[in-house]
Design a binder for this molecule. Sequence first.
Ligand code: ADP
Ligand code: MG
Ligand code: ZN
Length: 487
Amino acid sequence: MVEYEAVIGLEVHAQLKTKSKIFCSCSTEFGAEPNQQVCPVCLGMPGVLPVLNRKALEYGIKCGIALNCRIPERSKFDRKNYFYADLPKAYQISQYDQPVCANGYLMVGDKKIRILRAHLEEDAGKLVHAGAAGLHGSDYSLADFNRSGVPLLEIVSEPDLRTPDEARQYLTELRTILRYLDVCDGNLEEGSFRCDANVSIRPVGEEKLGTKAEIKNMNSFKAVQRAIQSEIERQKDLLLKGQRVVQETRLWNEATQSTFSMRSKEEAHDYRYFPEPDLVPIEVSAAEVERIRSELPELPEARRARYMNDAGLSLEDASILVENMDLADFYDQALELGAASKAAANLLLGPAMSHFNKSSGASQTISETILSAKNLKDIVDSINSGVLNSTTAKQVLLDLLAMDKATGPVEVSQYVQKKGLSQVSDENQISSIVQAVLDGKPEQLAEYRAGKVKVRGFFFGEVMKALKGKGNPEIINKILDEKLAGE
Ligand code: ADP
Ligand code: MG
Ligand code: ZN
């Protein structure tokens, strides 16, 4: 049987976080009442003239540099003509043959994923299909042009990805880079980071690309992964049945977890691109590119390497921290103060992350909590000096994370004292508790003696419980061993 491999290329539309739109001064703020942030330019009235937002250009160049692209000295805008109700001009100002960024790459693990181009364009308005039965059976549609003219950077990869998981990693890394550059929110649900996936399959060993289908309408990384997987399977089925894959655009249906055809190649648009006559070509000097390059922050790849080489973290831990920029910034502050790197990372990756994952809805970040980097360092120091054990350290951390910001700053040592959380290391005290536990559980002790060594963990738990979680685990273990061996 023929073995097939998948070939995937991604097109990402990233909304750039400028204050005003790309060709007019309307606000880009999300969430306003419909059609409150519009003007003749972004409504496409006849006779108006677009003016390029320099910030949008700078953000685009920033991304290009971070994605190892070439920034040509000259690029230009073109008109992409198509008619749809969300586009009042009946053309979108985009870039066709001379994009602002060309030929870059992004690393996914050790693999280089080439980026063909990244170009600037304006977003379209938003249609709300209302009445009767929603999308396909609605009575009428409402148009909101607040989004019309919001700057987008479309980033197009070469077809270098091979699996849905690689695609997810590529998107994660790309989004992290854009967030580090502070040019895009990277929010798939709100649509500030949108991804179309191009998928084809070919027999393993074959160089020629197969016919691709383009899939749209995924609004989470998981959806992208599933959509690609389902498309690969659909195409394999077709070929195994002796049928052909046809070039088409398909939409992902989250409810049925499958794709359906939206339009075939025959129905595809001829965009009749031509140079935008109302905008002068873009000129970017080498000096300007160097200035922007010199202002770039530390990027995810460099930070990951630093966490692995200097802080001794595993690739996995380093990656998780780096993807969560606010946690990583906080971690850096703690490192700056001299916190032990691994213990500090463990607290952030374990209890702190699960705290934020649980506090659903509100996008609360660590910088919005009362916990300071100094607190984190103090907690780590308290573990090392034996004042806290891992359980109580975790408790202090979680308590501080959950505390109302109005409480004001908290000192770890005072909090530990107030709550009586200091670790119990007194051997005599622990010894008598261990003895009491063993005396009180004769059945379990007999089981242990009979060879059921797992029961030791039960005894440990009982001792810890009696010490309200504050016992020094090493000393409990030592005394427990002595008593179990000695009797
Ligand atoms: P289109 O003109 O249909 O938009 P492009 O050639 O511009 O197609 O490519 C769009 C995206 O599709 C790019 O990300 C590219 O890497 C990807 N792509 C092109 N050909 C294939 C293929 N045969 N299989 C998978 N992806 C492909
Ligand atoms: Mg395309
Ligand atoms: Zn406007």
